[in-house]
Design a protein. Structure first.
Length: 268
């Protein structure tokens, strides 16, 4: 029997989970998905993901790979696996890949969106799908302030405590902040991210957005390389892994462009 590698596209609502990574005695995305795939394959399956998301963080474009000796129709890895999954985790596509593909190490970039509901009253609807700020945010000022982050930098000022990365240098490819009605979206792509990096960037940008800090303060914070100079780590439930980019030779589908409920929330 020949060992075959498959890539899968995964969506999940992270509300009820202690993050992606397998942990003893707590519910996690990896453990639930591996159990479902093992059922379909009829042997233990171990998966590798593109980006390990934190507790409460969501994904519309996560990518994983796994190896199996099982022979199944391609749609069995989607339909069969979903039949064994809770409703807040879904496989959305499957694809055979060669053994040079690696969900984490082959990735060229990851993209995250952070959604903020910016209104005086905290919403009752979709409250686990977005952050909240009651003070008016100047999204244009936030966007301008964020542009200093583009490029290769030491992101120590935005690195979460306990981060296990070998170094704090990352390359931000683009970052944009835009408003649509009561929603403010921070859209950031990088080659990789540090622990809590996006949530710490958003916390700093919100300080600019409410006028507590100037736009040029963001560059000074980056240059300080000191997390204690930063601002709050925003809540995880506004954060989505929306896309992972791979070399075109692998023909990996792109993820969804963020939550599909944006227009609905215009009325919230």
């Amino acid at each position: 029997m020949r060992l075959q590698r498959f890539a899968l596209g995964i969506q999940y609502d992270g509300t009820l989970y202690h993050g992606w990574q397998m942990q003893e005695s707590v519910q996690n995305i990896q453990g639930v998905l591996e159990a479902a795939l093992s059922y379909v394959a009829n042997h233990p399956v171990k998966i590798t993901c593109a980006g390990r998301t934190d507790a409460g963080v969501h994904a519309s474009g996560q990518v994983v790979h796994f190896d199996t000796y099982a022979t199944r129709r391609l749609d069995a890895w989607v339909l069969g696996t979903n039949s064994q999954l809770p409703s807040d985790i879904r496989v959305v596509w499957s694809k055979p890949v060669d053994d040079t593909f690696h969900a984490r190490y082959s990735a060229k970039s990851r993209r995250y969106h952070y959604w903020i509901h910016n209104a005086r009253v905290k919403p009752a609807l979709m409250r686990q799908g977005m952050g909240w700020c009651y003070r008016p945010l100047d999204a244009m000022a936030m966007h301008r302030a964020a542009q200093c982050l583009v490029g290769e930098h030491d992101f120590s000022s935005f690195q979460g405590a306990g981060c296990q990365s070998r170094h704090p240098t990352r390359t931000v490819l683009d970052i944009a902040v835009a408003r649509s009605g009561p929603l403010v979206r921070v859209n950031v792509s990088a080659n990789a991210f540090l622990l809590h990096m996006v949530r710490n960037i958003v916390g700093a940008l919100m300080a600019v957005g409410i006028g507590a800090e100037s736009e040029v303060w963001m560059a000074a914070l980056l240059a300080a390389r000191d997390r204690t100079k930063g601002r709050m780590t925003v809540a995880p439930h506004g954060l989505y892994l929306v896309n992972v980019v791979y070399p075109t030779c692998f023909e990996i589908p792109t993820g969804f462009d963020g939550p599909w409920f944006g227009e609905f929330l215009e009325a919230v």
